[in-house]
Design a protein around this ligand. Structure first.
Ligand SMILES: Nc1nc2c(ncn2[C@@H]2O[C@H](COP(=O)(O)OP(=O)(O)OP(=O)(O)O)[C@@H](O)[C@H]2O)c(=O)[nH]1
Ligand SMILES: [Mg+2]
Length: 236
């Protein structure tokens, strides 16, 4: 099966910060190789900033001139949480129907956590959230799979269309944590980290569903084959 992809498969594999020394790099390789791996998907309308958010978390910077995602982009980051390595394998999905149609089943297969993203300057993107949640349920993502809701582009204060209170109301209805942030604003970098860390800590306390290590070469095909080999969490 072909994966449509418009950027390198895995852009960053980070253990808190960067250092070019060989020793540190070798240590990171070791840590990453022994990490528990969790698959997380980022879902929401096109243009809400899914790619920029995941890039900010994995790469630490804002991605300028980002084009619409086609199919899926993979990013990874390895975290040290209480002395344990946790690798988050983040599936940055396409928001445009025509770019996601053939991939939807694969997005949800064996997923460990879901992040629903809307744009605080787009009421339409917020109003779509229940549809994304519904799609997620249709694909048999179990109730124990952690989900969070993220309102992005908070830096565009004068253009806000989604009040925090309305978003909190929706989040409460589904019992999701809500975060509002900006992938663009450098001052929000730690807040973006906190979003993913929140999920990582939730996952860490879960029984690992996957013990296999990812290969050093994280090509799309290889990742894909790994996913295909795993038994799905879906019980239907
Ligand atoms: N002002 C501002 N612009 C942002 C922010 N995040 C993303 N953008 C811009 O919003 C546009 C869409 O960002 P993407 O990350 O490509 O959106 P996406 O959700 O991945 O879109 P699809 O791949 O089509 O699903 C780009 O022009 C980004 O520069 C943000 O926090 N603030
Ligand atoms: Mg994208």
């Amino acid at each position: 099966m072909a994966i449509i992809e418009n950027k390198p498969a895995v852009e960053f594999d980070t253990v808190f910060g960067r250092d070019d020394s060989v020793e540190v790099s070798a240590h990171r390789d070791h840590e990453a190789a022994h990490a528990r791996v969790f698959k997380m998907i980022v879902i929401g309308d096109s243009n809400v900033g899914k790619t920029c958010l995941t890039y900010r978390f994995c790469g630490g910077t804002f991605l300028n001139n980002q084009e619409a995602t086609i199919g899926v982009d993979f990013r990874e980051r390895t975290l040290q949480l209480d002395g344990e390595s946790i690798k988050l394998q983040i599936w940055d999905t396409a928001g445009q129907e025509r770019f996601r149609r053939s991939m939807v089943e694969h997005y949800y297969r064996s997923v460990h956590a879901v992040i629903f993203v809307y744009d605080v300057t787009s009421l339409a993107s917020f109003e779509s959230i229940p549809e994304w949640i519904e799609e997620c349920s249709r694909h048999c993502v179990g109730p124990l799979v952690p989900r969070i809701m993220v309102g992005n582009k908070c830096d565009l204060r004068d253009h806000r269309e989604v009040p925090t209170a309305a978003a909190q109301c929706l989040a409460d209805r589904y019992n999701f944590p809500l975060f509002e942030t900006s992938a663009k604003d450098p001052a929000e970098k730690e807040h973006v980290d906190a979003i993913f860390l929140t999920i990582a800590y939730r996952l860490k306390s879960h029984k690992p569903l996957r013990l296999k290590q990812l290969s050093e070469s994280s090509s799309v095909t290889h990742l894909w084959n790994q996913r295909e080999q795993e038994s799905a969490t879906c019980q239907c």
